[in-house]
Design a protein around this ligand. Structure first.
Ligand code: 5AD
Ligand code: SF4
Length: 431
């Protein structure tokens, strides 16, 4: 999300004559787009600000601004605590940036814009693709979240949920395809609740996916993130009926314990979640499934933790983002619950989940050996110039000898070996 937002910011500033520079030493402004989801994300930003002090001493005209969720959460307080910050801009206020840069250019002036909006979607802004490989791009389709999971700061930093109109989304995807892009990822905090209504026209997420998938069979379509409470069969049906909709679903489970899920305000229990997993497998047996999980949420017991491990054994995820619970200011958890799992215990539980998931991912990958996949080639392998890497529809990375192949091409690759993170393969000759 932040990456996509930075591309919108770059576009808004480019219109006013600013440009992105590769060398930090020649920058007039540094804009840091921030995340507030866990405390360590914010601590990293604080550290980065300290590191930038020397640069600022060498270049007294340099101005530093903080964008995104940390800006929204801390507002003016951030400029007081971090004296080298000149401006603070929340996620719905980026249109004000050009004007603010003008203001802060005059020495001594500081500025903050953190008002949240119920309508802003930046629908008319064509993002400037930053550091792009020219092959895959993100498209933001909605903003905000009002699910109010008990641990989560997002509803407070990104505001009410709102959907962007389907016409500009489809036009953006079409434009990317015409420029040579081969893959788009539609982004929202909870894409299942994408909803657009104008007069007679009603578009939900499955319908939006259908429209984007119909642009071309050569354009892959991905999306993130689905909330398990409203992952519909209708969406699974649409996914199954288009080859270019990638067979990969990110379905954050957060915990395997019903008591924890209720306390987290997730609006589903483990039975519901497993029913959705069964539905995915029914419609698309080849679909990969990934998740997010939190270890050590308030009052989590050893039994609750064991239920999370059981959930991992049952679903057998292909990949997981695994986190220790971090208490966030102003959330339901902070107001009403106790962060009572000791740090060492959180660490132990997280490590157990990581170890189990590593084992499952390796076993899953071993089963891939011998299979042939269509791979969209993304670039040179990090290990060797003689090898390329790309992804299959399931979003698994495949590495193979390059021969005459170029990034951006679709090729067929047979899996010959694997690690827990990567499939190793060989090109299959086309007849
Ligand atoms: N502590 C730890 N992890 C969190 N997440 C969200 N809030 C917190 C928190 N307070 C995780 C969830 C979510 C992912 C994006 O970040 O797993 O799905
Ligand atoms: Fe946070 Fe829950 Fe919204 Fe995801 S769905 S952004 S975890 S409140």
């Amino acid at each position: 999300m932040n990456f996509a937002d930075s591309e919108i910011v770059a576009s808004l500033l480019k219109k006013e004559g600013h440009e992105v520079v590769a060398d930090i030493e020649v920058a007039d402004f540094i804009l840091i787009n921030t995340c507030a989801i866990r405390d360590n994300a914010e601590q990293r930003i604080r550290k980065r600000l300290r590191e930038l002090r020397a640069l600022q001493q060498r270049h007294p005209q340099l101005r530093i601004g903080i964008l995104g969720c940390m800006a929204e959460r801390l507002q003016n307080q951030l400029m007081v605590e971090e004296e080298n910050v000149s401006f603070v801009v929340g996620p719905d206020a980026y249109r004000r940036l050009p004007q603010m840069l003008e203001q802060v250019r005059q020495a001594g002036v500081k500025a903050a814009e953190t008002e949240l909006s119920t309508t802003e979607t930046y629908a008319d802004i064509e993002p400037v693709r930053l550091g792009s490989n020219g092959i895959s791009a993100y498209i933001s389709i909605m903003r905000g979240c009002q699910n109010y999971c008990a641990y989560c700061v997002v509803p407070y930093t990104r505001g009410r949920e709102r959907s962007r109109d389907p016409e500009t989304i489809v036009a953006e995807a079409k434009g990317l395809f015409e420029q040579g892009y081969k893959e788009v990822t539609l982004l929202g905090q909870n894409v299942n609740s994408y909803r657009w209504q104008a007069g007679e026209e009603r578009v939900n997420f499955p319908e939006l996916m259908r429209r984007v998938a119909q642009i071309s069979p050569l354009l892959r379509v991905r999306f993130a993130t689905s909330h398990p409470k409203d992952l519909s069969d209708e969406l699974l049906e649409v996914m199954a009926s288009y080859d270019n909709i990638c067979k990969c679903i990110h379905l954050p489970v957060q915990s395997g314990s019903d008591r924890m899920l209720k306390l987290m305000n997730r609006h589903y229990d483990s039975a519901w979640y497993l029913d959705r997993i069964a539905a995915i497998r029914r419609y698309m047996p080849e679909c990969s499934i990934t998740t997010d999980v939190i270890a050590g949420f308030c009052t989590e017991t050893e039994d609750d933790h064991q239920m999370t491990l059981d959930m991992f054994r049952k679903v057998r995820y292909d990949y997981a983002y695994m986190f220790k619970f971090s208490m966030r200011p102003n959330t339901y958890a902070e107001k009403h619950l106790q962060d009572d799992v000791p740090e060492a215990e959180k660490t132990r539980r997280l490590e157990e989940i990581i170890a189990l998931q590593g084992q499952i991912a390796l076993e899953n990958n071993r089963r891939e050996v011998g299979r042939v996949y269509e791979v969209l080639v993304e670039g040179e392998s990090h290990r060797s110039k003689m090898q390329l890497f790309g992804r299959n529809s399931q979003n698994k990375v495949l590495v193979f000898d390059r021969h005459e192949v170029q990034p951006g091409q679709y090729v067929r690759v047979r899996v010959t070996d694997c690690t827990a993170a990567t499939l190793i393969g060989e090109l299959v000759e086309e007849n």
